[in-house]
Design a protein around this ligand. Structure first.
Ligand code: NAI
Ligand code: NAD
Ligand code: ISE
Length: 336
């Protein structure tokens, strides 16, 4: 079966996901596009999906009879309305992170999916599909002994002026928030934020870098540096310290050069390249489940837990150095 896909939001990642579906993966075809900037949807139609219909609104796209499943890749603040509309239409929906920009919004999605009675939503937490993180989880479960600490870093070379201090959490750290819950099979109880002096390359509305410390229910402490004007590259680091040893996330494959009296490995500069394979695998997983009218992978509940944790971290930014408690309701049976 070919799953007929509608894409809402055809910017950087919407375009890239449309390319994946039409040119890389099996079992799907982009038949519908929508973007508030209609020219962007028209450009994706011209370049990638010539047979697709361009709709004026995401709601019309979701309602279209020939759309079997939906990709929500518009700006974060618009995700909730489209995911709720897709659930109401009973159509599988892949939603880029964040599932919603507030915990209340994410909870409304959880409640709607639970009321529907069957999974329809997959959240775009692609790191769970990264071969490096999968190998790291295996090593943590079988070799290093019970985890005690995690040291991590999420570094972007640069960000635009519109990227402000809370976005370091909602937009960037959210990947670590999700992947460490999954990696450690644990939940968070406390968050704390510390700001070193800001780097020279940042702007007035962004304190960069920041250090976020999360504590889990099992007592693991995770320190993550978020540095989004690090200049030198796109760099994701992670080291898990266990009772018996330490496991480290592998570096992306790179040719080693002996050149000009230096031993060198190139460092990537773009998230699109760093996680290219994971995006392929997550969307292939989505197509497979959508063909059966359901969803798999990261759940609405994972999106909700990420939102609850993000909100606590943002409070932590406002109350530097203070421990902010994280609490959440019981997990519904649908996500057991
Ligand atoms: P973008 O700004 O390049 O693209 C967003 C597009 O959505 C724009 O074309 C915009 O016109 C459109 N749009 C905005 N509101 C809309 C609405 N109500 N209806 C239809 N279209 C709308 O942004 P980008 O970088 O593609 O990010 C999109 C989403 O993807 C965000 O949620 C972001 O967090 C997520 N993302 C995830 C990444 C990952 O590693 N998983 C990487 C980059 C982005
Ligand atoms: P972008 O700005 O390049 O694209 C967003 C697009 O959405 C734009 O074309 C915009 O016109 C459109 N849009 C905005 N509101 C819309 C609406 N209401 N209806 C339809 N279209 C709308 O942004 P992006 O970098 O592609 O990011 C988009 C989403 O993807 C964000 O949620 C972001 O967090 C997520 N993202 C995820 C990753 C990842 O690694 N998983 C990486 C980048 C972005
Ligand atoms: C972007 O939206 C992503 O999701 C990238 O994976 C992340 O590294 C970046 O900081 C975000 O802005």
């Amino acid at each position: 079966m070919t799953v007929r896909i509608g894409v809402i939001g055809t910017g950087a990642i919407g375009r890239d996901h449309a390319r994946r579906i039409n040119q890389v993966l099996a079992g799907g075809k982009v038949v519908a596009l929508s973007d508030v900037n209609r020219a962007s949807a028209e450009a994706v139609k011209a370049d990638i999906a010539p047979d697709a219909t361009v709709y004026a609104t995401g709601e019309e796209l979701i309602a279209a009879a020939d759309v079997d499943a939906v990709l929500v890749t518009s700006w974060g603040a618009t995700h909730e309305q489209y995911v709720l509309t897709a659930i109401a239409a009973g159509k599988p929906c892949f939603c880029e992170k964040p599932l919603a920009t507030t915990a209340e919004g994410a909870k409304r999605i959880v409640d709607a999916e639970v009321a529907h009675g069957k999974r329809l939503v997959q959240v775009g937490f692609m790191r769970r599909y990264d071969a490096g993180y999968v190998a790291l989880k295996e090593a943590v479960q079988t070799q290093t002994g019970a985890p005690i600490m995690v040291h991590a870093a999420h570094r972007n070379p640069t960000v635009p002026e519109a990227y402000t201090t809370p976005m370091a959490i909602h937009d960037t750290l959210i990947h670590e928030i999700d992947v460490f819950r999954w990696l450690l099979d644990d939940d968070y109880v406390e968050a704390r934020v510390t700001f070193p002096r800001s780097c020279a390359r940042t702007h007035a509305k962004l304190r960069d870098p920041q250090i976020v410390t999360l504590k889990t229910a099992k007592g693991v402490v995770i320190n993550t540096e978020i540095f989004v004007n690090c200049h030198y590259g796109y760099d994701i680091q992670c080291e898990v310290v266990g009772e018996d040893g330490i496991a480290r996330l592998p570096e992306p494959m790179a040719i080693q050069l002996r050149l000009g009296a230096k031993l060198q490995n190139a460092i990537l500069t773009d998230w699109k390249d760093r996680f290219v394979a994971s995006y392929d695998v997550e969307l292939q997983d989505f197509l497979k489940a959508a063909a059966n009218g359901t969803a798999t992978g990261p759940t609405s509940w994972d999106g909700y837990m990420a939102a609850v944790t993000s909100d606590a971290c943002v409070v932590g930014q406002e109350r530097e150095g203070e421990a902010i408690a994280i609490s959440y309701p019981a997990r519904p049976a649908l996500y057991a």
